[in-house]
Design a protein around this ligand. Sequence first.
Ligand code: DC
Length: 219
Amino acid sequence: MAYNIAIDGPAGAGKSTIAKMIAKKMSLIYVDTGAMYRAMALYLLRNGVAEDDVEGISAKCREAEISIEYEDGMQVVYLNGENVSGLLRTEEVGNMASKTSVQPAVREKLVELQKELATKKDCVMDGRDIGTCVLPGADLKIYLTASSQVRAKRRFDELTAKGVECNLEQIRLDIEERDYRDMNRAHSPLRQAEDAILVDTSYMSIEEVADTIMGYCKI
Ligand code: DC
């Protein structure tokens, strides 16, 4: 049986940073499920499919072949054979992923892929529904969160460091809108699993968060 850690939480809580650290410390594979939803969103954007076109999305889901490979320990996402990893982290793709991930056709396809990965590999998987839906039997479940103010400030600092001009208040509003959508969709909404441990990272350093989670790992 593979050893699985599930990390869920809203956008900007620090899931991917922490999951990568834990994966490295424990020699586990890091599975970024958000990247899979983003790859599907990229495919829909490229094909001009509207976010609410249920039939169109279903048809494109059948065409899109998404696979995950590991190169030098890094997750690489392939979309119909093309490495799209570098194209996924834009606001446009992120917003499209949030909107189209409500579609059952998208979720069914990607959840199946995620379950399959987790049975084969010891992994840390992060997302929105990992503890509740993808890996209900995970060995450890963490629900990572932080206030929307703190998450917006982190995103603002990250963009500013890259030289991108942005507005803190607008980022906070976008984050709250995305939280609302992710938490209120009909299919597998974002919520803390009953047996998940809540970690609020608002006033913690990355090292403190990683140490806290490592303290719960029994391997
Ligand atoms: O974690 P992220 O920002 O890369 O995710 C992008 C969107 O994908 C997010 O707004 C909701 C969706 N998502 C999801 O529905 N389920 C997951 N397990 C991961 C992401």
